[in-house]
Design a protein around this ligand. Structure first.
Ligand code: SF4
Length: 230
């Protein structure tokens, strides 16, 4: 069957279609809850740590409870007992490890003069600082840099990786850095934050790991994955 596509497949077109067709409620994204409600870079990092390997529903619950019981500031986290933090964030899973990462982050920030460091230093320096903390990897650092610093780092999670491979932007064995670079080149550095969020929504609703719902997907007429199989 011949493709019915009349649109080019490029980052600009894909971004336009996804922005128009995929709507989401920011209250369902823990990172946006932290950003919009608490407006603190430390709170955004805590939200990203809580969201590791779990869904937003669980991490929003953990975030709200931690806020209520401990308070999400560097000083409150430093003062809190580790058990109190663990108990507050249980719903996010891996709570022992996450509680230690949260404590380690607060301690590291205290040493450099507080959370202002995250906004004042260059994105490269902040990335190096974050990657030294046990439990913070490239994805966590890159989500933070794209959300709070608007810096050109495309965070790669399982959705972004799967979609980039299906679109043929990278090969099946591409690593984190290769996928991140390919998505950055595809969407452009001004759009990293929003494009990353749209890819998560696309991956959750249509581009599922097993049996992607291509027939209903807003990209069905231009997606290279569909065209390859037609
Ligand atoms: S058309 Fe299919 S493979 Fe392409 S983005 Fe949509 S769900 Fe994924």
């Amino acid at each position: 069957m011949k493709s019915s596509s009349t649109f080019p497949f490029n980052g600009e077109t894909v971004f336009k279609i996804l922005s128009k067709k995929i709507k989401y409620n920011w209250k369902e994204y823990v990172v946006l809850v932290a950003k919009n409600e608490d407006k603190s870079p430390f709170a955004v990092l805590i939200a990203i740590i809580l969201s590791q390997n779990t869904n937003d529903k669980n991490s929003v619950k953990a975030y709200e409870l931690l806020k209520e019981r401990v308070g999400i500031t560097v000083d409150n986290i430093l003062k809190a007992r580790i058990e109190e933090i663990e108990d507050s964030i249980k719903s996010a899973g891996m709570y022992r490890q996450k509680a230690r990462t949260i404590k380690a982050l607060a301690e590291a920030l205290k040493k450099v003069g507080g959370e202002g460091f995250l906004m004042k230093k260059s994105p490269e320096e902040v990335r190096r600082f974050l990657l030294q903390i046990h439990g913070i990897g490239k994805k966590t650092a890159d989500v933070f840099l794209s959300v709070c610093r608007k810096a050109p780092y495309f965070a790669v999670d399982t959705h972004a990786a799967r979609i980039a491979k299906r679109w043929g932007l990278v090969g099946d064995k591409a690593n984190y850095d290769e996928i991140s670079r390919a998505l950055l080149d595809f969407f452009g550095k001004e759009k990293v934050e929003e494009a990353h969020r749209l890819l998560i929504a696309l991956g959750r609703r249509y581009c599922l790991a097993k049996n992607p719902r291509c027939k209903e997907c807003p990209l069905r007429n231009i997606c290279p994955y569909v065209q390859k199989r037609s």
